[in-house]
Unconditional design. Structure first.
Length: 212
């Protein structure tokens, strides 16, 4: 099952006041994560990227997101995702803190699932011919393992790990070309899930320990 990558609300109607509030909330969230970016250009483009992802743009590829941001070419958006310097784990933790401010609850549970991303090429980290849950077929794709925080108020992913098949880990040249550190070792999807749970435990994230 593919997890929705946003906080899910139970409101039945959307008003103009809601839209204004969401725009302001996105700006405040961006201000929170902005220090994680090393340079002004990717810092600014990160907000444009988020606005594009949340827009009604039909396809969320580099060209479409660049057009939504009124940029002539997709190079900037592609650099943001491929080579821009920013603290990805820091942003992850910022978003977790942000989520807990709205949804944090001792009755919360966590849900772990994988999501697949169909790909055409061979250079994206972890890409390969494997089962793609998004399409239900064995095809070229990336696979991520996601942990969602679930409460009565809503739910959203707060942690993630990219699954790297064994043939990737054994090919150190390919790993270096994709920016994968030498220290990264092969981990199964359940091992990645345990790693995320350990991270939540260390951060004292409130959850229901129903089995304890």
């Amino acid at each position: 099952m593919k997890q929705d990558h946003h906080i899910t609300r139970t409101d039945q109607a959307t008003t103009p006041a809601d839209v204004c509030r969401w725009v302001q909330s996105l700006s405040r969230l961006h201000a929170r994560i902005a220090p994680r970016f090393a340079r002004p250009e990717p810092r600014r483009r990160a907000l444009a990227y988020l606005q594009g992802i949340l827009s009604d743009t039909e396809r969320k590829n580099g060209w479409q997101l660049a057009e939504h941001a009124r940029e002539a070419r997709p190079d900037g958006m592609q650099r943001l995702l491929s080579s821009a310097v920013w603290d990805t784990d820091g942003v992850r933790d910022d978003l977790r803190t942000y989520t807990l401010e709205y949804l944090g609850n001792q009755s919360a549970i966590v849900v772990i699932d994988e999501t697949s991303f169909p790909k055409q090429g061979k250079k994206s980290a972890g890409v390969g011919v494997q089962y793609c849950g998004t399409t239900g077929q064995v095809e070229n794709c990336q696979v991520g393992v996601f942990l969602s925080y679930v409460t009565a108020k809503g739910h959203t992913p707060i942690s993630r790990e990219l699954y790297l098949p064994l043939d990737w880990i054994e090919d150190r040249d390919r790993c270096r070309a994709a920016g994968i550190p030498e220290s990264v070792r092969f981990q199964t999807k359940p091992e990645l899930a345990v790693q995320m749970l350990e991270r939540l435990w260390k951060a004292a994230v409130p959850i229901c320990l129903c089995g304890s």
